[in-house]
Design a protein around this ligand. Sequence first.
Ligand code: ASP
Ligand code: MG
Length: 408
Amino acid sequence: MKVVQKYGGTSVGSPERMRAIAKRAARQFSEGLVHNAIVVSAMAGETNRLVDLVRQVNPSASPRAYDMAVAAGEQVSVGLVSAALESEGLRALPLLGHQLGIVTNDAHSRARIQSIRRDVIENAWRNGMIPVVAGFQGVTADNAITTLGRGGSDTSAVALAVALEADLCEINTDVDGVYSADPRVVKAARHIPKMDYESALEMASLGSKVLHPRCVELAAKYRMPLVVRNSFDAEEARRTWIMPLTTEEALESPVVTGVSTTKAVARITVEGFDPNTTILKDLFQRIAEADTNVDVIVHDRHPRGHLQSVGFTVPTEDLEKTLAAIRSIQSSPGCANLQVSQETGLAKVSAVGVGMRSHSGVAGRFFGVLEGAEVPVLMITTSEIKISCIVPEASADRAAQVLHDEFL
Ligand code: ASP
Ligand code: MG
């Protein structure tokens, strides 16, 4: 069996935790798991500390310098976990991203992995060694250190598992899996033992903090089974499997798998533009150039001859740069009368489930319970497997609670 085991920040957060990883690896090695590659994050809090240092030194540091500094946390973890393995009598091969040929594109701070040298790991295994790999980092073809974006070591682990054609990729963290809602908000939230990639991806993108959306996307693309487990728990403890469901499992799966919430959402409304201009395209191009992810978009196309309007949401932290991007097109033709307004203090609440495909009436129940709980719905967006709405942030927890009560 070939396995990639990723350990996140809290799982490598102290010397004791590192020794616990080594003890587990030693036990598994003696039980025959000789094809194991370990991927580690920086120790808990370390990447934040490094990001903060860069900001203090130079808030507009070049992306290359920034990545060089923030990628450093993983190096410490690799060295320490390797040393811990040695103390258990194992042979470790410590590897930074570039030593494993983790080549990425040059989009610093959000680089994408292009290739990994599988032979380096296979050689280590042939020599009875356990490779310990730095997550989060890579190197460009021009030899610059890159990082994959915050939370990116999950993605490193899945990419390595795919490159190795591993049997599974294990994500060791400080929770025992994915829940049907945030257990801090919804007390009745249930542990999900097994879920399909689609629901996992929606839930990751919609704010469930357990997995990085890109890691789920990559796992889905290559159908790599993911296991989320708590590294503080015993081996027999429950965990969440993310993998294709059998036909029976899919048929039996609940209409709604989970309810997720994203807070700190802002809404921008742009009104008063001529329908015969390229303004929508220009607007969203500028916003994309400002590196903002636009979420829910509602466009009102009024009857011929009337001016149009568009409303959309962005993370509150991106509000200022988005407004600046919009201002930059206000001098273009047809944009003189643009009115821009904004609203903060919003949240997005969503219900996700592949079962929605085959069940009707979900939307009716969804809006019915929100109405019953007097939660004002400001915007709505749906896909085949989810319904999301924008609500005031102050009502978000209540909305999640009543939706969970209704569907789960
Ligand atoms: N250490 C990096 C971060 O804090 C990567 C990761 O933990 O996944 O974002
Ligand atoms: Mg993480």
